[in-house]
Ligand binder design. Structure first.
Ligand SMILES: Cc1ncc(COP(=O)(O)O)c(C=O)c1O
Length: 441
């Protein structure tokens, strides 16, 4: 046990996000420090970070070069407006990102969160068609079980019921593809499931219903993350790409989780060999050290806007903190680390060991599915009779108490540790999880 840190006296004022506030405050889990692969809790325990924070700290915690870059930037220039002004690091960061991205995803629009990136991409999609004289293309197609953040755009195309049902009618003109998971047809698949490519054909049904001339874009996560890690069926993304091409519909990949090495390459687009028209990213963009997001667009999307009188603003959109100086400094230092330490390559090299480790849980009590790709995985537990999500919650709390932080969604435990991990870390993560699964009834 290390040093302990006092629990705050008043925990009522902070209305916590995506948290069972009353339950949490009765038995708080407080984190007070982080280094590399580990968090330190307020009572001085070391907890291995099995979820890279929230799928975002890909290079590990409190990395010295990132810390220094942020400190230096904060002292040099804290903030610079980016409406009709600029600063060199924003251009440098965008250029480095464009270089990293596959194909001609060469233009980068900065925002501050995944949710903002998604809203930005959806707006660009609609405005793109209008700029090309197809202003009737306003419909947006998402997917059941999809997570695209919590803005009205994101929840409209998103497909997680509890994130939508209490927030009214949301955006008009949205439709959804079916999700790609079927326990019956693909349980315990290793990597990409063999079954399910045909589910992309549903886009043809949606096109037939609404007519292609009304549809602006399709947005999907290459691997659905927050709903519990659903890798795409083999050939599914290729089919979506082909149908979008056939009908002039933009394809957006939401790579907020899959971006920056999570699947073993810089982006899911590369891992799966499909280039979208736009890509939304956040999280690993700055190793989550400063909030930031980036929307990548292909050349044709950007060019559609670069028309008309040159003194005119081409896109009436942006955020006060777009390309924030601290974010750009942190992002540049992060990209250096990814490159210099071969962090994506480490993820790729360990993905086989990771797959074997997670699938070794097959056959344990209550485990009804295991899914994995790159360095992400999910272990789905059978819900308790009459108490869905309770078994998962108990396992999640037990994991934390025994030294493993993971994510919980329903009765599914999700794992996505920092990509600097070693085989010993993988053994530690699954050692704790195995013990917990034996204990939780
Ligand atoms: C695929 C995807 N899109 C968007 C978001 C929203 O990001 P943020 O929480 O930064 O708004 C998330 C967050 O987990 C995500 O996983």
């Amino acid at each position: 046990m290390g040093q302990t840190t006092a629990v705050p006296n008043d925990m009522q004022s902070w209305w916590m996000p995506f948290t069972a506030n009353r339950q949490f405050k009765a038995n708080p889990r407080l984190l007070v420090g982080a280094k590399g692969m580990y968090y330190t809790t307020h009572d001085g325990r070391q907890v291995i970070d099995g979820s890279a924070g929230l799928w975002c700290v890909n290079a590990g915690h409190c990395r010295e070069p990132i810390v220094q870059a942020i400190q230096k930037q904060a002292a040099e220039m804290d903030f610079a407006p980016t409406f009709q002004m600029g600063h060199p690091k924003a251009f440098e960061f965008a250029a480095r990102l464009a270089h990293l991205a596959p194909g001609d995803l060469n233009h980068v629009f900065f925002a501050n969160s995944g949710s903002e990136a998604v809203d930005t991409a959806l707006k660009i999609a609609i405005a793109y068609h209008r700029a090309r004289g197809e202003g009737a293309r306003t419909r947006l197609i998402g997917r059941e079980r999809g997570y695209h953040g919590v803005g009205f755009g994101g929840i409209s195309v998103g497909g997680i019921v509890s994130n939508r049902k209490v927030f009214g009618p949301m955006l008009a003109g949205v439709d959804h593809l079916p999700h790609t998971h079927s326990l019956k047809d693909m349980a315990f698949s290793k990597g990409l499931p063999e079954w399910g490519a045909h589910l992309a054909d549903d886009l043809e049904r949606i096109v037939a219903l609404h007519d292609a001339s009304t549809i602006a874009a399709v947005i999907v996560e290459p691997v659905a993350g927050s709903t519990g890690v659903l890798p795409p069926p083999k050939g599914y993304l290729q089919k979506l790409r082909a149908i979008c091409d056939k009908h002039g519909i933009l394809l957006i990949f939401d790579e907020v989780i899959t971006g920056f090495g999570r699947t073993g390459k810089a982006f899911g687009a590369e891992t799966f060999g499909v280039i979208p028209d736009m890509m939304t990213t956040a999280k690993g963009l700055t190793n989550a050290a400063v909030p930031a997001a980036a929307v990548f667009t292909r050349k044709h999307v950007h060019e559609a806007f670069m028309q008309g009188p040159e003194h005119m603003i081409e896109l009436f959109h942006g955020y006060t903190y777009s390309a924030h100086a601290l974010a750009c400094a942190a992002g540049l230092a992060t990209l250096d680390l990814y490159r210099d330490e071969g962090i994506f390559e480490n993820a790729a090299a360990l993905s086989g060991y990771w797959e074997d480790a997670v699938h070794s849980l097959k056959g344990m009590r209550n485990v009804i599915d295991i899914r994995n790709i790159g360095i992400m995985a999910a272990v789905e537990l059978a819900p308790r009779e009459g108490a869905p999500t309770k078994r998962g919650y108990d396992a999640f709390v037990q994991c934390f108490e025994q030294g493993l932080m993971c994510r919980l969604t329903g009765d599914t435990l999700a794992l996505s540790p920092p990509l600097i991990l070693t085989k010993a870390h993988i053994d530690e993560i699954f050692g704790i999880l195995t013990k917990v699964l034996k204990e939780v009834d």
